[in-house]
Design a protein. Structure first.
Length: 299
């Protein structure tokens, strides 16, 4: 039994999601998901802002198969800090069907980066959401960015829409491919044609190295489960404007959801609402993630 006690208000992932109606294309990739612990094997970080339930690689890969996906991109969870052991373990058990995005500190060595690369890590995540992590100096982040560039890795950035003006120039200065989590978490009560989301679209338009995940409608929606209709115009706009630079993922096991736990099958059924043709669906779920995470199979 784990020595960690999950937060009293923590909502655990659904053990019985519905079977999606939408059949994903062959070779589809769930390009944003996590593993937590198990805490008795891979302890959570002392500096964490939350303590989750356990969510193992076995459970993640079982969900992958159930939903019809073939591969995963596992993103280091903030509850593990920069201790990437749970991530590495999951990657090594995936038989080449998973890639990773790690969290690292500026002091990481080239040798340590190579160990991560050999395990299947292909990017690092910079988290700017203050309720989840303590702020890091941007010069330290730039140091990391320049260390990973020779490996061909990319940077994943997580922020909220209202914070984009503060970070816009820094994001535009990053020297690698950059992937924005969840469209920069726009306020979907505002217009899709409004200035806040317009600034995000401008960031993508002016910086062809910047991609976006069109994931997590459950985090953005005000209208609620399971249709998340208020998120559709935003995600659809990004998919149609930047079809070669979009990714999608379940975000399993849905950390820090407070009002409901999404049905993963219903999340898959959200995909054809935002990528409305077979061509766009294949780009979103197969071509783009394969080009970014498995380029050796995409030549």
């Amino acid at each position: 039994m784990s020595k960690f006690v999950m937060d009293a208000d923590w909502l655990c992932w659904s053990a019985a999601p519905s079977k999606p109606v939408f059949k994903v294309p062959e070779g589809a990739v769930d390009a944003h998901c996590h593993v937590f612990g198990p805490g008795d094997t891979f302890p959570f970080a002392p500096e964490r802002k939350y303590t989750p339930c356990d969510a193992s690689w076995q459970q993640l890969f079982a969900l992958r198969d159930y939903l019809g996906f073939e591969r995963n991109v596992i993103v280091q969870a903030t509850c593990h800090g920069s201790d990437n052991r749970a991530l590495i373990d999951a990657l090594q058990r995936s038989n080449g069907k998973a890639r990773g995005v790690a969290t690292v500190t500026p002091g990481i060595t080239d040798q340590e980066l190579q160990v991560l690369h050999d395990a299947g890590v292909r990017g690092v995540r910079f988290n700017f959401v203050k309720r989840l992590v303590d702020a890091l100096p941007k010069d330290g982040l730039l140091e990391v960015a320049h260390k990973i560039a020779p490996l061909g890795w990319h940077i994943v950035i997580y922020f909220e829409g209202k914070e984009l003006p503060e970070h816009y120039d820094f994001f535009a200065s990053l020297p690698t491919t950059v992937v924005v989590d969840h469209m920069g978490r726009p306020d979907v009560t505002c217009s899709v044609d409004g200035p806040e989301f317009g600034l995000f679209l401008k960031l993508l338009h002016e910086n062809p190295n910047i991609w976006s995940k069109v994931s997590c409608p459950e985090r953005l929606s005000v209208s609620g489960p399971h249709g998340y209709e208020d998120v559709i115009p935003f995600a659809k706009r990004v998919v149609e404007m930047f079809p070669d630079r979009v990714l999608w993922g379940t975000d399993w096991p849905h950390p820090n959801m407070k009002n409901h736990i999404p049905d993963d099958g219903k999340l898959v059924d959200f995909i054809p609402m935002i990528a409305q043709s077979a061509k766009l669906q294949k780009k979103l779920l197969v071509d783009n993630p394969m080009r970014l995470y498995w380029p050796e199979e995409n030549t």
